[in-house]
Structure formats: C-alpha cells, structure tokens
Design a protein around this ligand. Structure first.
Ligand code: TPP
Ligand code: SF4
Ligand code: MG
Length: 200
C-alpha cells in the first residue's frame, strides 16, 4: 500500500497527470476500495503512476507489465488489476504480450499513455510516431508509418478497445469505468500530451 505518495517527477503539463486523475475518478465512481486495486506499470515516464495513486502497486520491467498483471489476476481474481503502460513499452519492446493478452481475454484493464515517443529517454521515435516528424532518433524525419493500436487489438480479438484523448477527462473517466466493468481484457489507448518532446 502506498500511503505516503512520492514526490512528483514529471514535467509540468504532462498528460499523465490527467490520466492518473481519471483513474482515481473511475475507481471512486465504481466504489472499489483501495485494498482491492493493483496498478501495474513497466518503465517509462508513467512508471511512477502506482506511487501517485493510493492503492497497491507494482513497477515491473520495461514491457513486462502485461504478463506480471496476468499472473496477479489469475492468482487473485477478486482484485481489480489495472495495467498502466506506454507506446514504447507496450507497442514497441513487448508488443507480443499485448496481442496475446487480447487473445487470452483475462479480465484486466490496460491503459496506454500513448505520447507517440520514448519520453523518458528524451524523445526517440516509437511505433506510433507519425510519418515525417522530427525526433531525437529521426533528426531529418520519421520514415516509418505508425500503426493503429486499436486495429491491432481488434485483429487479436480484443472486445473492448477504444481511443480517447487526455484533454477530455470526462470521456476518459467513462472509458476507464467501462473498461473495468468489461469482463475480459480491455484496452484504452490514450492520446497523451507530452509538451517536452511531442511537438507535432
Ligand atoms: C529492457 C529495457 N530496454 C530499454 C530500456 C530503456 N528505456 C527506459 S524507458 C524507455 C522508453 C520509454 O518510452 P515509452 O514506453 O513510450 O514511455 P514514455 O517515457 O514515453 O512514457 C526505454 C527504451 C529499459 N529500461 N529496459
Ligand atoms: S517527457 Fe513527456 S511524458 Fe515524460 S514526464 Fe515529460 S511531458 Fe510527461
Ligand atoms: Mg511514450
């Protein structure tokens, strides 16, 4: 249990603040007590999310939050398990975990803070970086087409896969409420503002 929350270590105006607030709103609306919630994250700017929300939490390895959370839920089916991940983490390094979780349909809620870059490592291109934009790793322009995470999820038979923007906290909260209520694997891709690196 994270009773004493950690010092904030994110840039001002980072979209992760809004997503974290929406998670808190959703848990409050559903009336789920904090001892029944586990936030599982990997490595990235959002990695400390479990320390900013008063519940149980686990910070796992880069890209490994999905299998960790799957084991947790299978062993403790009464828990509400929320995975908080990112584009580089979940769509890049370990895309396979995401797609197989869609197929397996374990009752988990997977929120992806998709800022279209590798923020923590100072703004390299990720699998969702738009074509032709400049990043740290593509100093002229990004020559690769981004993929559509919701289309991938649906191709892997995910029955609840939505795309929302962090600016609309009411819609985001509702998407998380619906995702938690969905009995199976739910995927919420959030268009996340990253004022430090996402200049497009
Ligand atoms: C196995 C492994 N490879 C690489 C890294 C270095 N690393 C840390 S965060 C990160 C990328 C983060 O990008 P993203 O997942 O999109 O999260 P963001 O910081 O943008 O929220 C990388 C490559 C690592 N920690 N572990
Ligand atoms: S680099 Fe981007 S995602 Fe990371 S804390 Fe700063 S604004 Fe947020
Ligand atoms: Mg990212």
């Amino acid at each position: 249990m994270r009773a004493g929350l950690n010092k904030i270590q994110r840039c001002p105006w980072c979209g992760n603040f809004i997503i974290n607030a929406a998670i808190k709103n959703a848990l409050k609306e559903l009336g789920i007590p904090k001892h029944k919630v586990v936030i599982v994250s990997g490595v990235g700017c959002s990695g400390k999310t479990s320390q900013y929300i008063d519940s149980y939490g686990a910070e796992t390895l880069h890209g490994r939050a999905v299998p960790f959370a799957t084991g947790l839920k299978l062993a403790n089916p009464d828990l509400t398990v929320i995975i908080y991940g990112w584009d580089g983490d979940g769509y890049g390094i370990w895309l396979g975990h995401f797609l197989h979780a869609c197929r397996r349909n374990t009752n988990l809620t997977y929120i992806v803070a998709n800022n279209e870059n590798y923020g923590l490592t100072t703004g390299q291109a990720s699998p969702t970086t738009p074509l032709h934009v400049k990043t740290k790793s593509t100093p002229e322009w990004n020559t690769l087409l981004p993929f559509d995470p919701n289309a991938l999820a649906k191709a892997a038979w995910c029955q609840y896969s939505v795309h929302v923007i962090d600016k609309d906290i009411a819609l985001l909260t509702q998407a998380i409420v619906d995702g938690i209520k969905h009995e199976g694997f739910s995927h919420i891709d959030v268009d996340q503002g990253c004022p430090s690196w996402k200049k497009w």
